[in-house]
Design a protein around this ligand. Structure first.
Ligand code: KG4
Ligand code: ZN
Length: 336
């Protein structure tokens, strides 16, 4: 079965076609530039941009892949959590298409899709495992005992890791999204230049907090007045080290506490080079197998939605035309 996946939960309109036999057949993403002037995503603008982009992206995807509309056997759309207006655009389109073509439609939990993006390289997830989900909206550790058995073990008390990258990049004038900009600036900086705080480090605490780090960076920048390029690179490297160290330490501690032999990364921040390299090394030192999604499937993408929808459609699920959207919802067993 060829499945169309639709991701519109934030500021990317990303559509993909997936089948079990062929994997990701094609993917097309329109990223929104309309938010650049505001230094963050403006929800109302995001919904309008999705409405503008959706049909052209869908048509271009079919043309590029050579797959006819009548070959689509099911549709999946991210329906929770996310910006409510943005989700609504993708879900309405998915339901219309499913109705018109007489095929099933399922709503996909965005976080489950990030977790299962680890399978887009061709390997299935190995259980039991611990997954660190790090994105612009989420920082969470899941213990997954078997397929679909998601159990939240720890999460952030305030900012998400990606949000911390974005806000610190803004303070340093490095642009948006902040993660890739900080990573790049950090390459020529000294990670030991500034000793930024690492919060909630006590043993056995699986939760995270990044708002104190953001404040510490702001106070540091304010106390220095203007920073030259070298100082900016040093602050970027030091802040990145503070975030990455805590993520690695807590993920490894969680894997040990849950006695699992497999650790997975997921979400936009999983694209971060030092996080990937550092977690890989920390896992190897403890005999834990480390896994991460291919770089192109870390940030929001239609392929992860199409693949996760395929998993649910294959189990016979059809949410029908009652499918609705939700701005917030914890990830429960089977993404339900
Ligand atoms: O998963 P995602 O695309 O959207 C959400 O579901 O939130 O994640 C976006 C986040 C942004 O905060 C962005 O700055 C961060 O992922 N990000 C990175 C990198 N690439 C993207 N953070 C650190 N290093 C990167 N290379
Ligand atoms: Zn995401």
């Amino acid at each position: 079965m060829i499945v169309l996946g639709i991701e519109t939960s934030c500021d990317d309109t990303s559509l993909a076609l997936y089948s079990e036999a062929r994997g990701v057949i094609a993917q097309l993403t329109a990223s929104q530039l309309a938010h650049d002037a505001f230094g963050g995503v403006v929800p109302e603008l995001a919904s309008r941009e999705h409405m503008r982009a959706l049909v052209p992206v869908y048509e271009a995807l079919l043309a590029q892949s050579g797959v006819g509309a009548d070959a689509i056997g099911g549709v999946g759309a991210a329906n929770r959590p996310g910006l409510i207006g943005s989700l609504l655009v993708g879900v309405s389109f998915a339901k219309s298409l499913a109705y018109a073509r007489g095929v099933p439609v399922v709503g996909v939990h965005h976080i489950e899709a990030h977790i299962l993006s680890n399978e887009l390289g061709g390997e299935t997830l190995q259980y039991p495992c611990v997954v660190l989900v790090v994105s612009g909206g989420h920082t969470a550790l899941f213990h997954v005992r078997e397929q679909g058995g998601y159990r939240l073990v720890g999460s952030t008390r305030d900012d998400a890791a990606g949000e911390a990258f974005d806000k610190i990049a803004k303070l340093l004038g490095l642009g948006f999204p902040g993660g890739p900009a900080i990573q790049k600036a950090a390459e020529s900086g000294d990670p030991r230049a500034v000793d930024f705080p690492r919060a909630m480090r006590e043993r056995g605490n699986p939760d995270f907090s990044f708002s104190g780090l953001k404040t510490a960076v702001r106070l540091h920048v304010e106390s220095r007045g203007t920073l030259d390029a070298r100082a900016i690179h040093d602050v970027a490297a030091s802040a990145q080290a503070a975030i990455v160290e805590v993520l690695i330490e807590k993920t490894v501690a969680c894997a040990r506490a849950q006695r699992v032999r497999h650790v997975y990364l997921a979400g936009g921040v999983a694209a971060n080079g030092p996080l990937r390299a550092g977690l890989k090394e920390a896992c190897a030192a403890r005999g834990i197998a480390y896994h991460a999604p291919l770089l192109e499937y870390c940030t929001d993408n239609g392929a992860m939605i199409a693949h996760t929808a395929h998993v649910h459609l294959s189990r016979g699920r059809d949410d029908g035309l009652d499918l609705d959207v939700r701005a917030r919802e914890p990830l429960g067993p089977w993404g339900e």
